[in-house]
Design a protein around this ligand. Sequence first.
Ligand code: WTA
Length: 649
Amino acid sequence: MSADTTYPPSDAMASGAHADKAKYDEMYAQSVSDPEGFWREHGQRVDWIKPYSKVKDVSYAPGNVSIKWFEDGSLNVAANCIDRHLAERGDQTAIIWEPDSPEDEAQHITYNQLHHDVSKFSNVLKELGVGKGDRVVIYMPMIPQAAYAMLACARIGAIHSVVFAGFSADALAARVNGSEAKVVITADEAPRGGRNTPLKTNADTAFEKIEVDCKMLVVRRTGGDVPMTAGRDYWLHEVEETVSADCPPEEMNAEDPLFILYTSGSTGMPKGVVHTTGGYIVYASMTHQYTFDYHDGDIFWCTADVGWVTGHSYIVYGPLANGATTVMFEGVPTYPDAGRFWAVCQKHKVNQFYTAPTAIRALMGQGDEWVSKYDLSDLKVLGTVGEPINPEAWNWYHEVVGGGNVPIVDTWWQTETGGHLLTPLPGATTTKPGSATLPFFGIQPVILEPTTGEEINDTAAEGVLCMKDSWPAQMRTVWGDHERFEKTYFADYKNYYFTGDGCRRDEDGYYWITGRVDDVINVSGHRMGTAEVESALVAHPKVAESAVVGYPHDIKGQGIYAYVTLMGGEEPSEELRKELETWVRSEIGPIAKPDLIQWAPGLPKTRSGKIMRRILRKIAEDDFGALGDTSTLADPSVVDDLIENRMNK
Ligand code: WTA
């Protein structure tokens, strides 16, 4: 196939799908010409306790950003994900849990069972003093209780903040303090890829730095021996014995917060992205249904972790709101071998499979035989998310995993957007490898000229990607810092939502994401702020200064390249390099460990002391010819030293 081969939906796919091309065109046109009418209708896809009369009230005006959807309606998200399905499909499997080791048995949890377990869990939280509006931090392995914990919070109106289990004790403590959480929910240990992470022990370490009055609820996963602190720590299974299985869902306003999720930005500490109740569940469920063309009875598997937004919207909330069967996988793609994903697809007869380009690239390198030995004939849709997918990986996914006839949906979105904004629909959209294609219903992307902020109206355009107008699952604020919300997303380009991504639109109006235009990097599909890694490095007593940039990495998409200037009198050594790697792991987590550390006697700075990251990026990218103007540097000779001592990939 040539590089510009395109893939129209098959006739069979188009005729059975929720939307074919004509339907997409019609719905999209309505969604942007009459957003009120469109969302008034589609807001009804979920059950409301009190119906809404107002659909949308949004202002992007500088100094007055305010986003509200369905604001006078009330509902409960857990009731929408569980209770409303009981009459029709109480005995259907809601969650298939596939454990880390293929030798352990998978669990099939029905909607009835989910209702029972989540109700109990809700009463346990109440027993620990959690009420409506309180914050609960969830630091869990990928086990069903992680989903129960989220749904239990939603049921009683508490606001959850899931912290990825790969984050360190320090990162956990910062998030607990930041949200003033009342309870941290964790597990004894987290098995992953055959190894156990001591989650409870990490949480104990975090508690040394937790400044708020907080309890710990511990789920037994491995049965490992963990110490419990009396009066602070509680076993879930013990408290569950004392509570009833009856917990009526709390009535929540559409704009009450549902969850906080911390995500990296270009400056400073991660920010708490706030999503609210009504708009989020409408949009998460609608995108899940249309993007994956989900039909009743299908088995849906998203391989993300619930610690990321993808796990929130497409393992838990979207699928369960649709009464789906959703697979939750505790393990990793390469354990016990590189065929695990495909073994699980075969075993559970997965129909829609959703993963990240980094996993696809890693598995592609292991050879086709790991895929071809499994029966993948149940697959109907393959999805990707998290970073741009290179056409080579796209083609491998399409040919080898999908056998050449399963549509690929390359979904572009962000923690901030709550759900897909740019994506093909399997029965409607002709795909082009590497392009996230076209906007979802209600989404109005624009390309702006980066410096002037002018909207480029030609179809073919390149610049920064912004959104005109709002959609129901848009984030509402930064937890505790509305000013930061306005400054980050609405200040650079007035009256638009600024995504932070660069983008090209081709002559067919297709969108191609070119990557972040800020100091956020995307490592194995995990979002990292370079500033976070820098502040971890400079917190080490031997480090004077540091600058961190991304560089192209074959598997991870981007790797972390750290330039480090040591304190006077300190000597670089391999030992110190290892020490810094371990240090960053413990400050943030393994995903933040620098791939390359270069000792830099000096960093390129302007005379006013600003580090010229553009130059550092070029050196890390091995692109010395394109260093650009270095004449504004205070000391241009530092650049020669950096080039000479560049680390090899
Ligand atoms: C990037 C993940 C290209 C993008 C859901 C965005 C993508 C950031 C894609 C958000 C895609 C996500 N193609 N780039 N299909 N999906 N990105 O908040 O740079 O972890 O701004 O949300 O990932 O990352 P986040």
